[in-house]
Every structure is written in C-alpha cells, then in structure tokens.
Ligand binder design. Structure first.
Ligand code: AMP
Length: 585
C-alpha cells in the first residue's frame, strides 16, 4: 500500500487530511489520485458509497485548481442537497491550508440570491445539484467556460431521479476538452450510455465487482408470514439493543405506519419520507445523525440525502423492486472499514428475490431465525448489566445523597439488590415475552413453490398492475406517452419537474406501452395538468388529464386492458400487544 505522499498528494493537503485522521489511502484513492494527478482524462469508477470517493476526486482537484484565477474550474454534480453540502464541507476541510481557494455548494431549496452572490464573489469549485445549476445557467449567473474537471458523483442516483436531460444540458455548456470522472455504485445501461457519449477512452476502475455488495456487510433474511412482519421487526430490534439502523419501507404510507407503531411501542424511532417538509426532514436527519434516534424508518428516495457511516444495521421491511435498490440500501452499512448487517424481513413469495440478489451481488444470505422471547430477554439483560458496569458515576454529586440511600437499603443483601435492579428494568419485558406467541417460520416448500422473481428494471413501477386507486391525498393522472416514446419512471419524473413550477412530490408511476399514469398530491394536480399540457416532447404534444375513475379504482382508461391492481398492504395484525411502554431506549 502506498502513502498519500507516494501518490503525489501535496504537503499542504496531507497536513489537513492527517488532522482528519486519514492515515493511509483507501483503495479507490490509491487508484484515482495518481491517475488524475498525471493529467489523464476520463475515469469511470464503480465504487460503493462510503469507500472514500470524495477524497479520491477531491484531493487531486484541489491540488490542480489555480487559486489565482477566480473562475469555476471544477464542477461536481451530485443528486441531493445533503450530498452537495457534504462534499463541499469535505473539500473545505481538505483545503484548510490552501489560501484563497473557494468552494461553493449550489442546490435547490435554499436562497438562489445568496448562491448568486457567492458566484459573483468568484469560486474555483462548484458543487451542484443539476436542477439548481440549470436555473443559474438560465439566469446567466454562472460561467462554465473555464471548467477543466467535471465529476458526476452517484451518477446512477442522478439518473434514477430523472436528471438525465439536465446533465446533458450542463455538459453541453462546459468545454469539450475537460476531464470527466463518473462515480457510480452500480452500472446500469443508462450509465454506459452516458460514458459512451461524453467520455473519451475512459479508464475503468472497479472497487469490488460491478453491482457487487461490500464484503463488510453480512446479509441475513428472516422469512415470516406477512402478518408477522412487524412483530419480527420488533424482535430483531430487541435482539440488538445497540442497534443504529435504517428500516427501509416501500411507500410513504407504510413508512409512516411502521414509524408510528414503533414510537407507540416505546422505541427510539422516527420517519423520513417525501410527505414531510424539508425542515421536518432536516430535523429528523439531524436527530438520527446525532444518534438521538436509534431507528430511522425511511423510503429509499428520502434516505438518499442521509450520509451516516456508522450504521450497525439496514433493515429491508420487504425487499425493494430491483436489485440495484437493495445494493444501495445494504451499502449504507459496513462503510469506512466498519462491518454491518443488512437484514431482509421477507414473506414466502420473496425467496426468489433473495436468490437473485445472491447471484448478482455474489454474496450469500444467511437465513436468520427470529429470536425467541427468552433469548431476547437474556440479551437485553446482559446489555443492561454491561451498561451498569460502564456507567459514568458523578462522584461529587451523588456522594451527597448516597449515605441516606445506603441507610435505606442496608437490610438488603448484595444478591437481592442486583435481582431488584435487574427486575426493575425487565419485569415488563419479561412479562411481555412470556405471553407473546412465538413467530412461526413458514414452511420452505411453500416458499419455493411460490417463488417470484424481480421484474426487469424498466418494469419496476408498472409491475403489470393496471387499474388502481390513487393513494389517499393523491390524484392519478393519465399522460399520453409511454414505453414506445422511450418514457421510463426517471424520464417522466424529470419531465414533470422540468415543466411544473415548484417541486411536486410524485407518487406511484405506471408506465404502459403507449401511455402512462402517475400520481401527484391532489392540491398539485391542476397545476401539473396546466403546465404539462402546454408542452411537446420529441415533436409530440403532451396531453395530461385526471385518469377517469382514477381515484375509485374504476378506471375507464385502464378497463379491459389490465387486471385490477392490488391494494397496499393493510396494517399488520397485532398479536400479543406492543412492546411495553416505558422501555428505556
Ligand atoms: P466517502 O465515500 O467519500 O463518503 O468517504 C467515506 C468515509 O471515509 C468518510 O467519513 C471519509 O471521511 C472517510 N475517509 C475517506 N478517506 C479516508 C482515509 N484515507 N482514511 C480514513 N478515512 C477516510
């Protein structure tokens, strides 16, 4: 292994990163840094999040930017404002000892005026989310003519979020002879397309195999009947008293439902999803980052902005529709050299998905056994005893009242005292598990018989369901473009957001052959219809209207073509009551 010095990193940058505790380069840094410093052009790096990508591209950029020229020389595009702020913050830390170097984060959802002021003051490095950068380009407040380096970070996420057109537009504004680096955790076809279009004989670096999960992550699945999923989740959380993890759910509604139940049952949990305002999301993320929350229940999209390196567990409350999402979810644990566990609570029909993930990610799942009540009680007891041993005693404060406590308890023997302390903490837990029925594992033959594989990625949201009701509070809209028009969920989301003033939350999307359906909050429906109906796409006039019967399941546009869609799962049946309240977490 080489040192940062051997890789060619300058002394002033080394000083800063040493202060941050970076002793040796991580593998992606060892590969990327010397290549970029040697003036080579384009790189595709397939690396999971948490592998040290930011320093891999950041250190050579900082070293090569000319601080005497106050014009943007490097442009970093990333999918979310949180990542944008994080990258800009990391670059600021790395450049602590480089005078006059300016990095500016520009992202949506914050004052554009102050970003324009920042640009006017002059910056050498811009870290941007694509939407806001386009806005600034349109206002002619940013000049990209001197950009020498373009970094696309989490490129697969940007495409998933519908930024393909924006990226195209931005890249058309930077000089042709720039170097371009593309970082992506996965390598879907769309990424390959971008690399062919914009990169010149790129060097391909793969940290781990393509689409392969990190070796620091253990994958475990628990198979239960659908009705027992929530009870299984609680038992898993109880079995790991120090758990610090994200529970991924499929829909906003399910996310809120599970979070509400966990909170009600006394867990340190909260929800993160698109129905919350940005301020609410920031608040929850901050609580979680500070570890004031142990469990964050989140949708895939909302969790994108969250970057936490020390998660002990990722829990899939059901498996996602595509393997890439599973890869992203599980890659949130086992980062920065730590180990982690990715748990999937599945029902029998999802066993086939487990096998597919194993094949594609080249990782084996263990089949977990839902811990029995007595095992959980024992685990929690020892956790408590551990805390008892390690608790910090404030000698000064407690010594005042200790004599009277000793006097009061002097009639108790040591063993009696311990028994009472333990019971105080655990009586309710023990009582709960004494009465709770054990969770049955469904029989395997049934499971294999009903195997269901992943749909292909492009079918991800259509799933073959036709007529269906909109989610509560949402309107289901019909649009006259579909697969034949090269529409996929990402392009549709991009289209809606491009033409609708202000951001719109987009719910379920069903892409059909010649047309599509999508859901937006009821209050935004007429705005979206008005905005899109004026537009053309590839020479075709766009037509959007409320899907007939879209909110009552009797969809005339769908009728006769598709079978009736299934409804969202109802809340899980409760058995044995909740975890006793008052549990200390
Ligand atoms: P990233 O993939 O850039 O988000 O980095 C993941 C984590 O690893 C961050 O917390 C970085 O601060 C940390 N990190 C990056 N490079 C190194 C290094 N060479 N040594 C120790 N930690 C690092």
């Amino acid at each position: 292994m080489k040192t940062f010095e051997e890789l060619g990193v300058a002394a002033n940058i080394r000083k800063a990163i040493e202060e941050m505790g970076y002793e040796n380069p991580m593998p992606v840094q060892e590969e990327v840094i010397p290549y970029l410093l040697s003036g080579m052009r384009d790189i595709i790096a397939l690396a999971q999040t948490g592998t040290g990508k930011t320093a891999a591209f950041g250190l050579p950029l900082l070293q090569q930017v000319n601080v005497n020229e106050n014009v943007p020389q490097a442009l970093i595009l990333c999918p979310t404002r949180e990542l944008c702020l994080q990258i800009a913050g990391d670059l600021a830390d790395y450049s602590k000892y480089i005078d006059h170097l300016r990095v500016l984060p520009v992202y949506g959802g914050s004052s554009i005026e102050s970003q324009i002021k920042g640009l006017r003051r002059g910056v050498q490095i811009i870290v941007a989310t694509p939407g806001r950068l386009i806005d600034l380009i349109n206002r002619k407040t940013v000049n990209l003519e001197h950009v020498k380096y373009v970094i696309l970070d989490e490129a697969d996420e940007m495409l998933n979020m519908g930024f393909t057109d924006s990226i195209d537009e931005i890249l058309s504004k930077v000089p042709q002879n720039r170097s371009m680096l593309l970082f992506s955790a996965t390598m879907p076809k769309e990424i390959a397309k971008i690399t062919r279009k914009y990169m010149d004989d790129p060097k391909e670096i793969t940290i781990g195999r393509k689409n392969e999960g990190s070796s620091n992550v253990k994958h475990v699945y628990y198979m239960v009947h659908a009705k027992d999923k929530y009870l299984a989740l609680k038992r898993i959380a109880d079995y790991y008293p120090d758990i610090y993890g994200i529970i991924f759910c499929r829909t906003r509604r399910e996310t809120q439902e599970i979070a509400d139940k966990l909170i009600q049952d006394g867990y340190s949990a909260d929800s993160l999803h698109g129905d919350l305002s940005q301020a609410q999301r920031d608040y929850v993320m901050q609580k979680f980052r500070l570890r004031n929350l142990q469990l964050l229940v989140a949708t895939d999209v909302a969790a994108r902005g969250l970057d936490v390196d020390s998660l002990t567990h990722v829990i899939n409350y059901g498996l996602p529709d595509d393997i890439e999402s599973y890869n992203h979810r599980s890659g949130r644990t086992g980062r920065a050299g730590k180990t982690g566990t990715s748990i999937a609570i599945i029902h029998t029909k999802e066993k086939g998905k487990v096998r597919e993930i194993e094949k594609i990610m080249n990782r084996k799942f263990e089949q977990g056994v839902i811990p029995k009540g007595d095992v959980i009680c024992e685990k929690q007891l020892f956790h408590f005893v551990d805390q008892l041993e390690k608790v910090k005693v404030n000698e000064e404060e407690i010594s005042r009242i200790l004599p009277s406590i000793y006097r009061r308890l002097e009639w108790l023997e040591k063993e009696d005292l311990i028994k009472r302390i333990a019971s105080l903490e655990f009586n309710r837990l023990i009582e709960y598990y004494q009465d709770a029925a054990e969770i049955e594992t469904p029989n395997e033959r049934g499971a294999y018989g009903e195997d269901k594989s992943y749909p292909r990625r492009k079918d991800r949201t259509s799933g073959g369901n036709g007529a269906r009701s909109a989610e509560k509070g949402y309107s289901r809209l019909f649009i006259n473009i579909g697969r034949t028009d090269n529409v996929n969920p990402a392009t549709l989301m991009g289209l809606i957001n491009d033409y609708t003033p202000n951001k719109v939350n987009i719910g379920r999307i069903d892409i059909m052959q010649n047309f599509s359906f999508f859901e937006v909050p009821e209050r935004d429906a007429s705005k979206v219809i008005g905005a899109l109906n004026k537009q053309q796409r590839e020479g075709r006039r766009i037509s959007v209207e409320v899907a007939q019967g879209g909110n009552n399941g009797d969809d005339r546009k769908d009728r006769g073509r598709y079978s009736r869609g299934e409804k969202n799962s109802k809340s899980q049946a409760k058995r044995g009551g909740g975890y006793p309240k008052g549990k200390r977490r």
